[in-house]
Design a binder for this molecule. Structure first.
Ligand SMILES: NCCCCC[C@@H](C[SeH])C(=O)O
Ligand SMILES: [Zn+2]
Ligand SMILES: [Zn+2]
Length: 307
């Protein structure tokens, strides 16, 4: 049956029907909006968590599934929504967070690619856009944002897995997210984008080795979040600026959000460190999501305290 499970990697269709059912449940705490369609016409549906308020509230924006094959990422966004709604009212921090802030959750950013990994090629990473003059398909959405676009750690070859696209925001999926964040930049205080794998908590910059203006604060928060994560099962994360901690990579959503003025901008690389890689077993969904909740809540609490 078309049953959704928080401890399985759900197909796009199951995620979509889950989104619709969540949005029609706790109408006081959650709503949905489509921020645009993908190249192949699938809806990009954003969930908005937070106590309904007539006044504008500060917000956190979190996306999952930029890269199609990183299945643990959308699994975490689904887990986060479940946890938020089920612990509101009992968990004092989550209650306070959703009373004072809104949390936007985009469960799957790269919807076409995600569906393609379920139906055709499990290891697909990019979007599924077609480019005239090339037989190769798709661009890397995490090289397609307007942040040092295509200068380093990206390829201008359409057949490369890190193809930066024909121009910044050429990929409609990236443009839809960038448009939403631009429209709401006065209220969005933090940006979190979830990937796998390597167990890293990264922050700007990836497009340069220059340290971010608020490097020490970003590092302090990342180390606190990693420690919170490690406290549950001992999972070890490395924190640091992306260029030096993983590799230089221009066009990233986190760098772009940070330069737009979103002060707290982080990229998670979830489990594992290579044993299973992108093929993380479903048995690890629960522990991975539980420990990552601690890190995300740590960041959210810091942001809330520093509004
Ligand atoms: N903004 C780029 C952060 C560092 C790279 C992150 C990884 C996630 Se798979 C990548 O996009 O290659
Ligand atoms: Zn990724
Ligand atoms: Zn990765």
């Amino acid at each position: 049956p078309r049953t959704h499970s928080y401890t399985k990697y759900n197909s796009f269709d199951k995620v979509q029907s889950w989104i619709n059912s969540m949005a029609s449940s706790n109408s006081d705490l959650i709503s949905k909006q489509t921020i645009g369609n993908s190249y192949e016409g699938r809806p990009m549906t954003l969930l908005k968590l937070g106590k309904k308020s007539s006044s504008v509230k500060p917000a956190i924006f979190m996306d999952c599934g930029i890269h199609a094959r990183e299945w643990i990422s959308p699994a975490f966004c689904q887990w986060f929504v479940k946890e938020a709604l089920s612990t509101y009212g009992s968990d004092s921090q989550m209650t306070s967070l959703l009373n004072e802030m809104d949390v936007y959750v985009l469960p799957v950013l790269n919807v076409d690619g995600y569906d393609y990994t379920h139906k055709s090629n499990r290891m697909w990473r990019k979007t599924r856009s077609r480019k005239s003059g090339s037989s190769c398909i798709g661009a890397d959405p995490n090289r397609n944002f307007n942040a040092g676009w295509c200068t380093v750690g990206a390829s201008s070859n359409p057949c490369s897995d890190t193809y930066c696209g024909s121009k910044a925001e050429s990929e409609i999926e990236a443009k839809n997210v960038a448009d939403f964040i631009r429209r709401n930049k006065s209220t969005i205080k933090a940006y979190i984008t979830v990937h796998s794998y390597s167990q890293l908590l990264l922050f700007p910059y990836a497009y340069t080795f220059e340290l971010a203006a608020t490097h020490s604060e970003l590092m302090k928060v990342a180390e606190g979040a990693s420690a919170a994560l490690r406290s549950l099962y001992g999972t070890r994360y490395t924190s640091g600026p992306a260029a030096a901690t993983i590799y230089p990579a221009a066009g990233g959503s986190d760098d772009w959000a940070y330069d737009l003025g979103v002060k707290y901008s982080y990229t998670f690389e979830l489990r594992d460190t290579g044993r299973y890689g992108f093929l993380l077993p479903e048995s690890q969904i629960k522990p991975t999501c539980e420990e990552t909740m601690l890190a995300v809540k740590y960041i959210a609490a810091y942001v809330q305290k520093n509004l």
